[in-house]
Design a protein around this ligand. Structure first.
Ligand code: XIL
Length: 325
């Protein structure tokens, strides 16, 4: 029997996986989840569009099934996500006539939403991605022009953390983003989080999504980890790992070239060698999917970004981080 990932990394950090509902209700696949992982994230089921029916009205039934399962098996749950420009109903930002609401109105809707949702999962979701993907290095001030930003300005970010902390003072609160290792974006995130901390905003850490590829420069990843961890009181979680086998935009293979899968194995090994080095600040590492054919990456083109293939077999990617050659 192959080694469980969570055992391999028990002295380093938690090992998590994002799963859609179809996996949660598949007993054989959940056996695999329980074997390898001690943390789960709902891939879509705790996002606003999944639980927010109308203002003040929620459907927590599916999300609650994740919580029940995890509780029964002693698995931790990361909450993903509260404030994001995607997968949030458009009407949340609009009045009955379809016009954008005022800053005060959005602030009050945000307060209600975060209090209700974080309150509902209090003590059960141990960590939240409170704000997701708010930085855009192409903007002059570094902030993404989301409806949150357009209506409230950058203050929406600190309010979100404040409300989450009010609803569950024990939950760990994260700012989460992708391409956090790109120097410009990295610096915006670093400065923002440092300032939030200095202001006393209740933020506990930075989530580095880590949607990378076999060509990603991992020295930049290490630089970003170093920089983020230099902020006092900030921990790091790797929240959404996957590694595309492509090094360009255009190609689309029907089956993965052998060489790419081998390279991916070495690249995963290299990544985890870095993560292990910083295991005093990195507390959790989550894969964005259980097996290749379930990866969201396939929405764009065929890809093989995870540790296990469609037949549940461990790839070089798995061996790279479990028994490096
Ligand atoms: C993705 C899911 O994996 C897909 O199933 C869904 O269609 C779109 O969202 N960054 C995030 C995640 O923070 O929530 C996204 O998840 C992937 C990118």
């Amino acid at each position: 029997e192959i080694m469980a990932l969570k055992d391999k990394y028990k002295d380093n950090f938690d090992i998590g996986v994002a799963i859609p509902y179809k996996v949660l209700v598949n007993p054989l696949e959940m056996k695999m989840v329980e074997k390898h992982f001690n943390s789960i994230t709902a891939e879509n089921e705790m996002k606003p569009e999944s639980i927010l029916m109308e203002l003040g009205s929620y459907d927590f039934s599916v999300a609650d099934e994740y919580i029940e399962y995890a509780k029964e098996k002693g698995i931790k749950v990361r909450g993903h996500t509260l404030v994001w420009h995607n997968q949030t109903p458009e009407w949340f930002f609009k009045d009955e006539d379809g016009n954008l609401i005022s800053k005060d109105e959005l602030l009050s809707r945000m307060e209600t939403y975060i209090h209700d949702v974080v309150g509902h999962f209090k003590g059960e979701v141990y960590a939240w991605d409170v704000v997701n993907e708010a930085i855009d290095p192409n903007q002059p001030d570094g902030y993404r022009r989301s409806l949150w930003y357009e209506i409230m300005g950058p203050e929406y970010i600190e309010y979100a953390f404040k409300f989450a902390h009010e609803a569950d003072p024990n939950a760990k609160l994260f700012y989460n983003d992708y391409n956090t290792y790109e120097p410009e974006k990295r610096d915006y995130i670093y400065n923002m989080v440092k300032e939030l901390k200095a202001k006393g905003v209740p933020i506990d850490g930075i989530g580095m999504q880590m949607h990378i590829g076999i060509g990603t420069d991992l020295r930049q990843v290490e630089e970003a980890i170093k920089l983020f961890s230099s902020i006092p009181g900030i921990e790091i979680q790797i929240t959404e790992i996957d590694m595309s086998i492509y090094t360009d935009q255009g190609s689309n293979y029907m089956s993965p070239p052998y060489e790419a899968l081998v390279e991916q194995g070495y690249k995963y090994q290299e990544l985890f060698d870095i993560l292990k080095k910083y295991d005093d600040v990195i507390t959790s590492v989550t894969f964005w999917g259980l097996k290749d054919d379930y990866s969201w990456k396939n929405q764009t083109r065929n890809d093989w970004p995870l540790l296990f293939d469609k037949d549940y077999q461990s790839k070089y990617a798995y061996w790279g981080i479990v028994e490096p050659a």
